[in-house]
Design a protein. Sequence first.
Length: 336
Amino acid sequence: MNLNKVSVIAEVGVNHNGNINYAKKLILVAKKAGADYVKFQTFKADNLVQKKTKLATYQKKNTNLKSQYQLLKKLEFSEIQHKIIINFCKKNKVKFLSTPFDLESLDLLRRLKLKIIKISSGDINNYPLLENISKFAKKVILSTGMSNILEIKNAIKILKKNNLKDKDIIVLHCTTSYPVYPNDANILAINFLKKKFKNHIGYSDHTLGNEAALAAVTLGAKVIEKHITLNKNLVGPDHKASLDPKEFFKFILSIRKLEKILGKEKKFLTLTERKIKKIARKSIVAKNTISKGEIFTINNITCKRPEGGISPIYWDKIIGKKSNSYFAKDDFINLK
């Protein structure tokens, strides 16, 4: 994962609606928009949730089902489907990621040789899952929705039990809600996380629009994750809080433009400024005609564009000196 620029993760999640062709279309959307990664969710409904577990409020709004089990059972992909998706990503030169929600699904991702594992906010305290991830993952992306600082510290501690170091764990600020309203986004928490941890910090964005993610990039987020959909009106839990293809294209375009605007953490002259500086800076010039031997005073010299003569920073050194030659009005002053 290249953290010299902002890595953008197109979160497909379950917005494929269990349809492999939808999944392929979403991969193409992510690729066309310029996403670095396309992320899915890997789970077995029977391992993930009790059959009578109620739907979350946001899940009820856009489905006609009665339990999480019914919802998730329709959305799980088989091992063969995972292989099809991974091969399709390789063919289209966009990287595949996934979030495992149970140990069996994690083992599937291990067999598929995934080196980067994304951990959902809901599993930040799932120590058996975290410990098993730590045994083979090369990098981990950890979402921190619904968690406090101690839970994040403990999760990182578990992840570092084996070969993972702080530099290998990317911590994402996240508010778990779909969508997240502006007063709940709390983007300044990124600064807090940067002070508390040695890890790279990113942002998993569930807000409507681009503003929160752009603010996160401004604060130094190295990874941005955002949900995408083919159509916000599709039936499913996450479509309404996702970006459609046109919005997602503009989203990444805005991030790349902002990266250019942010530049580097140092003050320097740009090439454009160097050119403009020559005509925008001033020099000490004759205010009117000055005879040889005349003393330079505020009455006979002034500062005018362009640069090229003696800089105004030497004003006090020029005042009181004797002219060694004749100067016409607007001539650069020199002491030769």
